[in-house]
Design a protein. Structure first.
Ligand SMILES: O=C(O)CCC(=O)C(=O)O
Ligand SMILES: [Fe+2]
Length: 271
């Protein structure tokens, strides 16, 4: 468990910079998820030589890679890996968001292969796409991420209004709405930021056992993995369930994680 001083430090950074690097309570969950991901990969490819680190050598072809990513994503979601990791750090989320929490039902599993810009979704803020006030994201890597393979953020950009950013709304013809890639977290109608944003981003290296927790209004993302091994990571949202959600949010996007004592009482009272 984190100490009260640690939690206060995280909160301070979160408010001031819009993000912080969380040392996860139970590193075992992340290690176990990485091991089981690799095992599953070997099982479905019927190839014991494939590891999380050399995956890209076997999946150079884009179509084959996206198909494999989709299969790995199904497994990842079934096993509830991301939900278990968040659950074991509930002290942090309750400290930041309050005692009534919901968690994203279908988290993402990102695999950005070395030197494949299209495996990345680029720089953005999720509030461009209708995020509500009580939602935050956590990126949790399954292998260590250096400056060259990790996500970057623009510190303190979480409080800058949209009108200060130049955007270009485009349609990504490679990612049709409701396609597999769309379901894997690629954007079908991205709001592309001005390339100048590259001057302001800083990379946030992460060790396995850490998470990058950030406000969804911070500018964040990645453009290219410049290392020799893929980035395997999940990103999952947690939200205060008493705050409003965007009307366009599809039903079932979140599921209950934890209810406060009073919420539990009122639920029982109304049964
Ligand atoms: O991991 C990524 O590439 C993207 C994560 C992200 O954009 C998010 O969590 O909102
Ligand atoms: Fe995002």
């Amino acid at each position: 468990m984190h100490t009260l001083d640690q939690l206060k430090q995280y909160e301070k950074e979160f408010i001031e910079k819009g993000y912080f690097v969380l040392d996860l309570n139970n590193m075992e969950y992340v290690k176990e998820a990485s091991d089981l991901l690799q095992k599953h990969l070997q099982k479905i490819t019927n190839n014991s030589e494939i590891t999380l680190y050399n995956y890209h050598a076997f999946f150079e072809d884009n179509d084959k890679h996206y198909e494999m990513q989709f299969q790995m994503l199904q497994f990842f979601r079934e096993q509830q890996f991301a939900q278990n990791i968040i659950q074991s750090n509930i002290d942090v989320y309750q400290f930041l968001l309050g005692p009534d929490l919901e968690i994203q039902t279908e988290p993402y599993l990102r695999i950005t292969r070395p030197h494949k810009p299209k495996d990345n979704i680029g720089y953005h803020r999720d509030t461009f796409y209708g995020t509500g006030p009580g939602e935050i994201s956590s990126v949790i890597p399954f292998i260590n991420l250096s400056e060259k393979s990790t996500l970057s953020v623009v510190p303190k950009s979480h409080i800058i209004p949209d009108r200060f950013f130049k955007l270009n709304q485009v349609v990504n013809t490679e990612v049709p709405k409701d396609s597999k890639r769309h379901k894997m977290g690629f954007l079908y109608a991205p709001k592309v930021m001005d390339p100048e944003i590259r001057n302001d981003v800083i990379p946030i290296p992460l060790k396995r056992g850490q998470a990058l927790v950030f406000m969804l209004s911070i500018i964040h993302g990645s453009e290219e993995n410049n290392t020799d091994y893929p980035r395997w990571s999940t990103d999952i949202r947690v939200r205060n369930s008493l705050t409003s959600l965007n009307e366009a949010m599809k039903a079932g996007y979140y599921k209950p994680l934890k209810d406060s004592a009073t919420t539990q009482t009122f639920e029982r009272l109304s049964q």
